[in-house]
Write a protein that binds this ligand. Structure first.
Ligand SMILES: NC(=O)C1=CN([C@@H]2O[C@H](COP(=O)(O)OP(=O)(O)OC[C@H]3O[C@@H](n4cnc5c(N)ncnc54)[C@H](OP(=O)(O)O)[C@@H]3O)[C@@H](O)[C@H]2O)C=CC1
Ligand SMILES: Cc1cn([C@H]2C[C@H](O)[C@@H](COP(=O)(O)OP(=O)(O)O[C@H]3O[C@@H](C)C(=O)[C@@H](O)[C@H]3O)O2)c(=O)[nH]c1=O
Length: 286
């Protein structure tokens, strides 16, 4: 039997990575990728239309409002996409018996912990983006049973806009970089997260619920930047400076490392964040 998978937000970095890796596969999975123009998740009629006209077994929701700074002044739209639209998507999935794989974030936590967060730990977001993503998670849990909420952190890839690409372009310009040491978390390669999502689908797991999946280990944003610039020989590393704070509109958790033990029951492979970064920089950037 062919397993049919709808992937939303297909112009985003995660969806593009899933497409690169898995559009062609040998597991009888048929992917349909839809961007915001083709399938706006805030449009309830469109959701009903797509699910009633096509038979999907899974919906991987990569569509989101991800501008953490912008969300502070645009609460309405952040909640519209990350919460209300997710509610409608969950209702559509429930009605049409589609398993929802929804991506969420480490920013649902307040960062007051000092050991890696478990799926069962209390959430307490401190930014509008984090609050809107948590609300989306809560709607899914209230509405349906067949869901996987995958919380991840500090995503990067060859595609789109992300911290890795920002640092690489600065390194190539030999520009000054002042990066904070005051937040700890884990960079996650979209390739690894895509493999986890693929594993959820292909293992036909029915262990629904919340999962944490990130790279292995932890660092600071400064540590992440330091590791990136090592690959660029022409960069004068004395231009990269650790700083204690960086003025932003949104508050970020000072500690947001996620415990991955539960996810490792579905996928056994987990590279350290440094190994994973090494593969992507060598493959795409040098
Ligand atoms: N980036 C990160 O560091 C992290 C991301 N996450 C989560 O992972 C998921 C994927 O993130 P990522 O790939 O980085 O995000 P991107 O910002 O790269 O992609 C999100 C995509 O969603 C689309 N989108 C926005 N609004 C809608 C809408 N109403 N209907 C349909 N599509 C819409 C955007 O389209 P357009 O560009 O046209 O607006 C964009 O293409 C998100 O749920 C995010 O919250 C979790 C942790 C870390
Ligand atoms: C660009 C820059 C950022 N920073 C700091 C600001 C901030 O605290 C931290 C990260 O900045 P960014 O804006 O790149 O990252 P941010 O938007 O906070 O990234 C987050 O995105 C959302 C979508 C998530 O879900 C999170 O997991 C996380 O990846 O680095 C510096 O210290 N120096 C700099 O030059």
């Amino acid at each position: 039997m062919i397993t049919k998978v709808l992937v939303t937000g297909s112009n985003g970095q995660l969806a593009k990575t899933i497409k690169d890796l898995f559009e062609k596969n040998e597991d009888a999975l048929e992917f349909t990728f839809v961007n915001k123009k083709q399938f706006d998740i805030t449009n309830t009629e469109e959701i009903e239309n797509v699910f009633s006209k096509n038979e999907f077994h899974f919906c991987v929701n990569c569509a989101a409002y991800t501008n953490v700074e912008g969300a502070e002044d645009d609460e309405e739209n952040a909640f519209k996409v990350n919460a209300e639209a997710v509610k409608n998507l969950a209702e559509g999935c429930k009605k049409h018996d589609v398993t929802l794989i929804h991506i969420s974030t480490d920013y649902v936590f307040d960062g007051k912990a000092n050991t890696p967060y478990l799926e069962t730990d209390n959430t307490n977001p401190i930014s509008v983006y984090g609050k809107s993503k948590l609300q989306g998670e809560q709607y899914i849990q209230q509405i349906m049973n067949n869901y996987f909420i995958v919380r991840t952190s500090w995503l990067y890839s060859y595609h789109g806009k992300n911290f890795l690409k920002t640092i690489i372009s600065k390194a190539q310009e030999n520009a000054d970089l002042n990066i904070i040491t005051s937040q700890k978390g884990t960079p996650t390669n979209c390739i690894d997260l895509s493999a986890f999502i693929y594993a959820i689908i292909t293992t036909k797991s029915s262990a629904y619920g919340i999962y944490h999946y990130t790279g292995k280990g932890e660092t600071t944003w400064y540590g992440f930047a330091k590791q990136i610039v090592k690959y660029f020989n022409n960069y004068d590393v004395s231009k990269l400076k650790p700083i204690k704070s960086f003025k932003t509109k949104a508050e970020r958790p000072i500690y947001s490392v996620l415990n991955n033990s539960k996810a490792l029951q579905i996928i056994s492979k987990q590279d350290t964040w440094e190994e994973s970064l090494d593969q992507t920089i060598k493959k795409y950037f040098i």
